[in-house]
Write a protein that binds this ligand. Structure first.
Ligand code: IVH
Length: 748
């Protein structure tokens, strides 16, 4: 690796900075939003690369580098902060037996003698710190940033296997017991089934289920929701894997500690073993590599610890992890499955993407049946044939990936995938957007039903017009052709012209032969098969032609969905300009750029007549977006959308905006001011606080600098508050923040 590291410090510095930003984003997603964006391997590789850069250029090392800190954040908005009596560390990783043996050799060299190791399973759950005072549970906290965690005591009390009072006697005045909370694999499928039935969120894996269950808030829940919350908590389990603060423990090894903790009624694992050499530990690692599924929780590796406690003190710890323990990480889970077909789907932007349709399998904790194959070159490179048995892995426990075929299992019936020349949806000839592009696109952007569907769904989405009744299903019903009827929309140009008869072009009334009551259904059989109508049909009971008599009188009948959709669309016409801009599906123009454009120009006309430099100069826009905006206006059918939406009453200007470049004067009481909101501000969600700042014309920043004018800080505020104090920036509580939003700085 060393030879591909630039010998130039500046370049290494830039790389280290990028890696740091990315790692912090990933940690944030993982610990705060239970979201895994890359595989553990990729994450570990980033950390290792960063560590290597820091080793080669020690100037780059800082105390808060991700190589020196544990993941997670102390400050969250959900729970009160708790300081751990002793820091909660993380573990360093090894990825092969060789690396593990090298680690053990170092340990034995530093210890100056042979060492006993305690081997145990690395539980894929979330770390918890239990504080017992004189044998009574007084606090339970998540790890947070290692120093300060979240107070989850109330929820932990609902976990059956965690004693609120220790058994036996002779308990120390204070002991911190550390362990992992997890959701048993066996209960996981059941949980998701129940969640789905109740319309609640589905968890990607048991770890998310554990984190989601432990970090539930009782406030604002109905009696039924509380019962559900308690039932989820009661299914959580915990296993102890260490101790924190504890003055003079009466034991001298990790294994004896576990025995004592078990005597006190704490849940310890039955899967640990003490071995007298690194070879013994390697055997333990190999054994569980093959028996990962035999355990009640998910395993993401093996933890090997020096058993003797005196050696823990001697070997010490880095700021991040102890030197007396190491985590051996197994390679990501892989399974074999049958590749049934490769089908091509066309998305909102017209990109034609082949994806693998497989026999359903369970991998890394969840069920998989589809995986993207990206493009025809990737299909070739992987060498897979339809009908092959393929190796599938779930990278990062989230994104399934087909690695390649198991060639030995071919029987000659497999066939090659041929990328279609025509769009599988509209029949247009697929082509690269520009010469040299590998990706093929459907050029029929205006009318291809797949693209129109994607765009209409986008229009209804949260970041655009946020039309409740216009989700994926409604968008399909409005745009997908169903023979012999035309879809209500051929393009989004007519979206705001929709009337009830357009939505149900073929709905008629039939009379039930038995009851004589009118029932709603469609004429003809196959075309009843759109999601929109299927939904209606289900509500009204399945249409049985034998039991109904077709009156023949076509009559348009409004449904609740349709009424809601039309009312929502009517209301959407006067939504803020930035939302309308996002709804236009201009490339690269998401909420951030759209807000910047709307603030600066105040109307679509002003944006349209702006020069490239004027657009590019706007803070948050830049050259690429400026070009995309200008390009968008050169397309005839895009202009038709603007024209028809305008004629239907869509408001393309911010009322009262005095024109381009004047955002300072229109921005409201906070114009020109930068405000940072941090911690729990009563009455505001995190996004709500930011929205409020922007709505008042201010800039909502996410970090504190000397350019920050005010910091609004609530309970749980951490480093941002400290920084504000250090820089002498005015700090407001929730009430002060409210005053500022209403009356600007003068009101304070
Ligand atoms: S010992 C000071 N043992 O893995 C050493 N940790 O990746 C503390 N974990 O933060 C950890 N199973 O939350 C230890 N058997 C086990 C574990 C385990 C899971 C977690 C723990 C730690 C993380 C590090």
């Amino acid at each position: 690796m060393a030879n591909d590291i630039a010998d130039d410090l500046t370049q290494a510095g830039a790389e280290a900075k990028d890696l740091t930003t990315r790692v912090l984003e990933l940690r944030d997603a993982y610990y705060e939003r239970d979201t895994v964006l890359v595989s553990d391997e990729e994450y570990d590789a980033m950390i290792r690369r960063l560590a290597e850069l820091e080793r080669l250029f020690p100037e780059l090392q800082s105390q808060d580098s991700p190589t020196q800190t544990v993941g997670g954040r102390a400050q969250t908005t959900l729970f009160a902060p708790v300081e751990h009596a002793e820091r909660m560390l993380s573990l360093d990783n090894v990825f092969s037996i060789e690396e593990f043996e090298a680690w053990a050799a170092r340990v034995e060299r530093d210890a100056g003698r042979r060492v006993d190791y305690l081997c145990e399973l690395k539980i894929d759950g979330l770390a918890i710190n239990l504080r017992y005072e004189n044998g009574v549970l007084t606090s339970a906290a998540t790890r947070g940033d290692g120093v300060v965690g979240e107070d989850v005591t109330e929820n932990v009390r609902a976990i059956a296997s965690i004693p609120t009072r220790l058994a036996g006697s002779g308990h120390p005045p204070l002991v911190e017991v550390r362990g992992e909370v997890f959701f048993p694999v066996a209960a996981f499928a059941e949980l998701n089934a129940a969640q789905a039935e109740l319309g609640e969120r589905i968890f990607a894996n048991p770890r998310n289920a554990a984190s989601g269950s432990l970090r539930q808030k009782a406030e604002g829940k109905t009696e039924a929701q509380l019962a559900l919350m308690r039932s989820r908590l009661s299914r959580l389990r915990m296993l102890v894997h260490g101790i924190g603060a504890w003055a003079n423990p009466p034991v001298d090894s990790q294994s004896k500690t576990y025995e004592l903790l078990a005597e006190w009624g704490l849940p310890t694992s039955t899967h640990y073993r003490v071995v007298d050499s690194a070879t013994g530990a390697s055997e333990f690692i190999r054994y569980y590599g093959e028996h990962r599924d035999s355990v009640e929780h998910e395993i993401d590796g093996i933890v090997i610890k020096v058993d003797e406690l005196a050696l823990h003190d001697e070997l010490g710890a880095t700021s991040r992890a102890p030197r007396w323990a190491i985590a051996f990480k197994y390679p990501p889970e892989q399974v074999n499955t049958k590749l049934l077909d490769i089908v091509v789907s066309v998305g909102r932007t017209g990109r034609a993407t082949p994806f693998a349709v497989m026999e359903k399998v369970r991998v890394a904790g969840s069920e998989v049946r589809q995986a993207t194959l990206h493009n025809q070159d990737v299909v070739k490179a992987k060498g897979v044939l339809i009908g092959d048995t393929v190796v599938l892995r779930k990278a990062g426990d989230v994104i399934p990936e087909v690695l390649g075929p198991v060639i030995e299992l071919r029987d000659g019936t497999e066939r090659e995938f041929v990328m279609p020349e025509l769009c599988p949806v509209c029949g247009a000839r697929l082509a690269p957007a520009k010469e040299g592009d590998v990706d093929l696109r459907c050029p029929n952007a205006e009318f291809c039903p797949a693209q129109v569907w994607g765009r209409v769904e986008h229009i209804g989405s949260r970041g655009a017009l946020d039309v409740e009744a216009l989700g994926e299903v409604a968008a399909a019903a409005l745009t997908q052709p169903l023979e012999p009827a035309d879809p209500p929309l051929h393009t989004e140009a007519a979206l705001f012209d929709l009337r009830m008869p357009d939505i149900f072009p073929v709905t008629v009334v039939v009379r039930d032969a038995e009851t004589g009551l009118p029932r709603l259904t469609d004429t003809g059989e196959p075309k009843t098969d759109t999601p929109f109508r299927r939904k209606r049909q289900k509500k009204d009971g399945p249409f049985d032609p034998g039991a109904a008599e077709f009156t023949g009188d076509a009559e348009y009948v409004p449904s609740k969905n349709a009424e809601e959709l039309l009312a929502n669309l009517e209301a959407a016409k006067t939504k803020p300009l930035w939302r309308i801009l996002v709804a236009l599906n201009i490339r690269h123009v998401g909420p951030v750029a759209a807000r910047a454009l709307a603030n600066h120009f105040g109307s679509l006309d002003a944006i349209r007549s702006a020069r490239r430099e004027e657009l590019a100069e706007v803070d948050g826009v830049g050259g690429i977006i400026a070009d995309a905006v200008l390009d968008w206006f050169t397309v005839e059918w895009h202009l038709e959308i603007v024209e028809r939406w305008g004629a239907a009453g869509v408001q393309f200007a911010t009322p009262g905006h005095p024109g381009p470049g004047s955002e300072e004067s229109v921005g409201g009481v906070l114009s020109g001011l930068t405000v940072v909101a941090t911690g729990t501000l009563e009455g505001f969600t995190r996004e709500g606080a930011q929205e409020a700042i922007i709505a008042a014309g201010g800039k909502a920043a996410s970090s504190v600098s000397k350019n920050t004018d005010f910091v609004a800080a609530g309970p749980g505020a951490g480093s941002k508050l400290a920084k504000a104090e250090q820089l002498g920036i005015p700090i407001l509580d929730a009430d002060g923040f409210r005053l500022l939003l209403e009356g600007g700085p003068a009101a304070l």
